[in-house]
Write a protein that binds this ligand. Structure first.
Ligand SMILES: Nc1ncnc2c1ncn2[C@@H]1O[C@H](COP(=O)(O)OP(=O)(O)OP(=O)(O)O)[C@@H](O)[C@H]1O
Length: 241
């Protein structure tokens, strides 16, 4: 495996406010990372800093061998970052199919493959973005990011606010794309146990810095760490925890 991403002592925030106070971690090609932490610890700010929509202060973001810390946001997608923001940002006045093709880049993820992955989107391909349910919008946001054919998929709380049946459907998709097909991914998620089962490694943020880094399976077995830093109740088999 070769290194895909190396973040070194990243300091970033919003305007004069510093949120990330020196974040460092690495990701190999084909690896997936669970980005965990309580509310307000800087998870979204870290994803947003990788994409380039925060105020960069110092440190390095080395992606595929190149320091992109000062690369403009509009160039980062072309370098291979596929972003699914918390607020989804789908084009509400475009159809499902137009959403998928508007920003697509050539590669293995085609309309055909994305429709096979999300049959609901195929059924609704002529519907406008604003006619979709929350779950369908989230599927569209993930599908649109795949159509960018990214080297690294960044998912910010993809399961938040979704009905359990949609959560299961999206988890199935993540399992296939990340675990089976080996697309590199960073996934922010409140449901720690659920996502630790699908990822290779995990970091926990607290007050803008990394306070824990390990294999996901090791964190899954560490009840003390899960309860003290993530508020996850003890016991290995708590569904949804
Ligand atoms: N646009 C902004 N301008 C200024 N401060 C912000 C902005 N967005 C977030 N913050 C602050 O940055 C800190 C980290 O927020 P962030 O959204 O990164 O945390 P998070 O770990 O993703 O939390 P959550 O799980 O609630 O989404 C918080 O103190 C928040 O108030």
């Amino acid at each position: 495996m070769s290194e895909l991403l190396r973040v070194e002592e990243l300091v970033a925030g919003y305007g004069p406010a510093v949120v990330l106070t020196g974040v460092s971690f690495k990701l190999e090609e084909g690896e997936s990372l669970a980005l965990l932490g309580r509310n307000g610890t800087g998870k979204t700010t870290l994803i947003n800093s990788l994409v380039g929509v925060t105020t960069y202060k110092s440190g390095r973001i080395v992606f595929d061998g190149k320091d992109i810390a000062r690369t403009p946001v509009e160039s980062r997608a072309a370098l291979g970052l596929g972003w699914v923001p918390q607020e989804r940002n789908i084009f509400r006045s475009l159809s499902v199919e137009e959403n998928l093709t508007a920003t697509a880049r050539p590669g293995t993820w085609t309309l055909e493959r994305v429709y096979e992955l999300f049959p609901r989107l195929a059924e609704r391909k002529t519907n406008m973005g604003n006619q979709l349910s929350g779950g369908e919008q989230q599927m569209l946001a993930v599908a649109r990011a795949l159509m960018l054919n990214p080297r690294l998929l960044l998912l910010d709380e993809p399961l938040e606010g979704l009905a359990p049946i949609i959560v299961d459907e999206l988890m199935g998709v993540l399992h296939r794309v990340v675990s089976e097909e080996g697309l590199s991914a960073i996934i922010v998620e409140q449901k720690a146990r659920k996502i630790l089962n699908e990822t290779d490694k995990a970091i926990i943020l607290d007050r803008g810095s990394v306070i824990h880094e390990s294999a996901s399976r090791d964190l899954l077995a560490d009840d003390a760490m899960l309860s003290s830093h993530l508020g996850v109740a003890q016991g290995a088999a708590r569904p949804g925890a």
